[in-house]
Design a protein around this ligand. Sequence first.
Ligand code: COA
Length: 336
Amino acid sequence: MWQSYISGVGAYVPERSLTNFDLEESLDTSDEWIQQRTGIVKRHWVEGGVATSDLALKASEEALSSAGLKKEDIDCIIFATLSPDHDFPGSGCFLQAKLGLEGIPAFDIRQQCTGYLYGLSMADSFIKSGVYKNVLLVGAEVHSKGLDRTPEGRNVAVLFGDGAGATILSRKEAGADTESHIIAYDLHADGQHAKELWVAAPGTGNGPDHRLSPAMLEEKLHYPFMNGRQVFMHAVKRMAESLTNTLKKNNVTVDDVDLFLFHQANLRINDKVGEMMGIPAEKVFNTIQDYGNTTAATIPLGMRDAVKAGKLEKGMLVGMAAFGSGFTWGSGLMRY
Ligand code: COA
């Protein structure tokens, strides 16, 4: 019987860091508004021709070195992103070429802020069924190039940051419960809410003719639209619900869990989830202050930072939860 475990973790954010103050003038916003509503203090945005797969490459290299593996040991890539290098092919192919891993399969998955947890379920299933031995699971985003960075887009533009997180899921013989392994995940989607947080164009759903037209650009349909209040409400409810179910199904209590890695969309969402579930604040590792919302990159980026900060060590029990566009949401449990 095979199990999967996280053998390596890495992350990367671009050097350019922008504080809320740096956005005040161009977006007609204020540090006070952003901090009070979201907890965000700064975020990183790329410069020049840097693409999503460039960030993913740096995170992947760190994950490989932390696992003590050579790149040739990787036999599958799963790439979660909503901000790909190009419309097609998927960024997994670009990353594969940059890593020089010709021939191995490369998946792109599109589950937005829940992308890492969906990818984790795929990597774990491939490994448990004996298909692959070492799967590189990356979440990476370059949001900055897709945001309306004018006052009209300020409700969304202040929230998102660029970055990448990568983990390597490796195969081992099933062992004691106390050994590192992925224990469980719980995944959901409800497409009825797809248009509460989405980018309409380019897309075949926009009418009879083209996927993208000057009229669509004029209407700013290529920028994200978000119904912030709806997203907030559903995020709190669904993250708490899914994580509670996962803990219960696995006979684990909040007290048993050493660390919680939540998606980072808004500090108030995470505080509310923590409050509803009775999780002590010090058990939740938040990174939104420094990065904003980095969507699919968030959980592995947080994992890397938690390790660096000495808050996450091998053998710890970790609870994860995320919510995002789709709507998609889910949770996971692992021995790190
Ligand atoms: N700076 C300053 N003012 C802003 C602003 C900004 N960046 N964005 C919006 N505002 C203004 C609005 O114009 C509005 O002004 P008005 O009252 O004069 O009309 C006011 O602030 C309130 O806007 P509203 O959108 O109702 O704010 P909110 O209290 O709902 O908070 C969010 C907005 C985005 C912080 C909040 O809804 C949220 O966090 N939602 C979840 C978002 C999320 O998680 N997204 C990612 C999903 S994974």
